[in-house]
Design a protein. Structure first.
Length: 683
């Protein structure tokens, strides 16, 4: 349907037939309306300049421009509403709507004849103290509908959790949120789709069950959850531009989150990966700081045995060093890589490009590798505006990604990895590179700008066209955005082998499953421990198998994390990693959907995948009991998956291979810490 624009009674309306944007040229407010009755109301834009907050409400004169656009989103219309604030300053709201899409974009630009400077710019600010609030979700007339808002963490550090917050309540999410009804799943999705300059915060406040009284989407977030100890950097110039914000209404908020991820990928495509799904082993959970030549090569031998029995993707597996690979001499590393290659495997390694593991007072005594003695680590450390080294984060001091010494260090280190035969690198503690501070590069004013510069440098050095082979780049502890610099990102913080680790990781999957194959090719469920993590207690068989099931459904990297010199670890690997039906699911590289999204800070206990191939409709269902002491009876309504209550299904539990017929619902009697993986097909 073509896009139309109409001006009537000082109100300009732009519509694509699915949604419309109404700009009140008299008051300076805007409304977003959908044919399905959803709405965002009383929207203004604002910017902080010095000690004053200016909003579009204060415009002395207003005008508008309409332009046709065509890009990766299709054909659209761009509406620019110009708010003349004074003789020198103009605020420009840029609304963009496209044919056939149920979402639009909004960006704020401040234009001035003199230099302005700000570290806060909000394209969306809605405030209404009334009971109706500023948001209306489709179907929101029912008082029985539970209204929830999603808290998405900035990064995955310090065992942070996603959270569905029940209204009334308040929260600050980062880069994206959804406001939705649990039962119907109808929802609104908001988020930033440009990540070149700002950290985007999204604040919501509600004083009633069915209303949100305040919505604020702004560039300039900095604090405990972005790991910053100083304010967000300021952007200066005659023109300052906010993050571009995605605003959409969806019948299913889960589809909205996926669409948001895909919108980001249209603007900044993810790092392309044409290789296999990474199966294999990582050393951290297995041996931690006691990594040795023996532990690594014995893991390679065990994985080779499993590889010959089906644990691989197209014959490929990786054997990866984690931290403490420096325990091995260079000659031992050479022999270890040769051992892996002789076993028909690929070798991976580990690095922290933006963190210094030492005391600041000693940094001046340590020369930076690869710089020919030009720099010490004291030169590289990130400082505040007064020249003070920033406080440590996770025990490491932040390195300025833009410093020429760090660029030289990065080139030297990655060249070593390439020359030593590695084909995979796990990059860790990446949030150090996004911290606000005084950066060396004169055109870098914010942590996100610095991170982009540092990551582009890494990707250029590992570009297959440059090094002559594929090189898998993985992010461990890292911000969610910017995204186009890695093939995978760990979906949670460290997750080991116990039941609590499985539940913790699945909290991230419950609300972050959509990241898989949109922002990054793979979600990483972290190293999968079948028996025992380093310095942890052994797990029960149900715990270990639940950890494996959780990894299979994540999207997924299948990197084992046991010390395979232990007999029980070898026993479980031989029994579990040779299950063809389970490994086939992992090889799909697809994430399962959470059945429910009202679990607060906890994980959903049911996940499913609809595999509607031309030959046969298959539904996979994973069900978990997170209680380590008590058995649980689980009941699953198949209609919540979009399946008919009248259809009969053949239901096979893939571990036990037990088969039964089901219709309408599933019932699973689970022992403590047990999980099941079910396959539903037509009889």
């Amino acid at each position: 349907m073509a896009i139309t624009s109409v001006e009537q009674d000082h109100t300009l309306t732009v519509s694509n037939g699915i949604m419309s944007i109404q700009c009140d040229l008299a008051s300076g407010t805007a409304r977003f309306l959908w044919q399905d009755t959803a709405a965002v109301q009383n929207a203004v834009s604002r910017i902080s300049l010095g000690d004053r907050m200016l909003t579009t409400l204060e415009g002395q004169n207003r005008s508008y421009q309409i332009n046709e656009v065509e890009n990766s989103f299709g054909k659209g219309m761009e509406l620019r509403v110009l708010h003349q604030m004074n003789d020198q300053l103009e605020l420009v709201q840029i609304f963009t709507v496209y044919e056939g899409l149920n979402y639009c974009f909004l960006q704020l630009k401040a234009q001035s004849q003199t230099i302005i400077s700000t570290n806060y710019i909000a394209p969306v600010y809605c405030m209404d103290e009334g009971n109706a609030g500023v948001l209306k979700v489709k179907g929101g007339d029912s008082a029985q509908e539970e209204l929830l808002a999603l808290l998405v963490p900035f990064d995955n550090d310090k065992w942070v959790r996603y959270e569905s917050v029940k209204m009334p309540g308040r929260l600050e999410s980062y880069e994206v949120t959804a406001v939705y009804h649990h039962s119907s799943r109808h929802g609104l999705v908001f988020g930033s789709v440009t990540h070149d300059t700002w950290k985007t915060g999204i604040q919501l406040e509600s004083a009633a069950d069915q209303a949100v009284q305040r919505l604020e989407i702004y560039g300039g977030a900095a604090g405990e959850y972005t790991r910053d100890t100083i304010a967000h950097g300021s952007i200066s110039g005659t023109e300052v531009v906010s993050p571009a914000v995605f605003i959409g209404s969806f019948d299913d908020y889960r589809e909205g989150l996926k669409t948001f991820g895909e919108a980001n990928a249209r603007i900044e495509p993810p790092l392309e990966w044409e290789g296999t799904i990474p199966f294999g082993w990582n050393s951290w959970s297995a041996v931690g700081g006691e990594l040795s030549f023996d532990s690594y090569t014995q893991a390679s031998d065990l994985i080779k045995e499993m590889q010959e029995k089906g644990f691989h993707d197209h014959g490929v597996v990786y054997l990866n060093f984690d931290s403490f690979w420096t325990n091995l001499t260079k000659e031992e590393r050479r022999l270890a890589v040769a051992h892996v290659h002789n076993n028909g495997q690929k070798a991976g390694t580990y690095w922290t490009p933006f963190a210094y593991w030492g005391k600041s007072e000693e940094a001046a005594e340590r020369t930076v590798e690869g710089t020919n003695g030009l720099y010490t680590y004291d030169d590289l450390l990130l400082r505040d505006g007064e020249g003070r080294v920033l406080p440590d984060l996770d025990g490491g001091l932040a390195i300025d990604p833009t410093h020429p010494g760090n660029l030289m260090r990065t080139e030297w280190m990655l060249q070593q990895f390439v020359e030593e035969g590695f084909e995979y690198v796990k990059l860790d503690f990446m949030a150090h590179g996004t911290l606000e501070g005084k950066h060396h590069h004169p055109e870098v004013d914010t942590g996100i700008q610095a991170y982009n510069l540092g990551m582009k440098h890494i990707c250029s050095l590992l570009d297959p066209a440059r090094i002559g082979r594929r090189f898998f780049i993985h992010l461990s502890i890292a911000p969610l955005f910017p995204h186009p610099y890695a093939h995978s990102r760990r979906i949670s913080c460290d997750a080991f082998g116990e039941l609590k680790d499985t539940e913790y990781m699945l909290n991230s999957l419950t609300y972050g499953w959509w990241i898989n194959n949109t922002l990054y090719r793979f979600n990483d469920p972290d190293h999968t421990v079948l028996y025992k993590s380093y310095n942890h207690e052994p797990t029960t068989e149900h715990e270990g198998r639940s950890r494996l099931n959780a990894s299979i459904i994540a999207g997924t990297l299948m990197l084992m994390g046991d010390d395979f010199r232990m007999e029980e670890a070898r026993k479980r690997a031989r029994a579990w990693l040779t299950q063809p039906a389970l490994m086939d699911i992992a090889r799909k590289g697809e994430t399962f959907l959470p059945l429910e999204g009202n679990t607060g800070q906890q994980a959903a206990d049911v996940f499913y995948l609809l595999d509607r191939s031309p030959l046969q409709e298959v539904i996979y269902v994973a069900i978990f009991n997170y209680d380590k002491e008590q058995a649980a009876d689980k009941f699953v309504d198949l209609t919540r998956m979009g399946l008919s209550a009248e259809t009969e299904w053949r239901c096979e539990e893939l571990w036990s291979q037990e088969v039964k017929q089901v219709k309408g619902d599933l019932q699973a009697a689970l022992a403590p810490a047990e999980s099941v993986m079910l396959k539903l097909t037509r009889p």
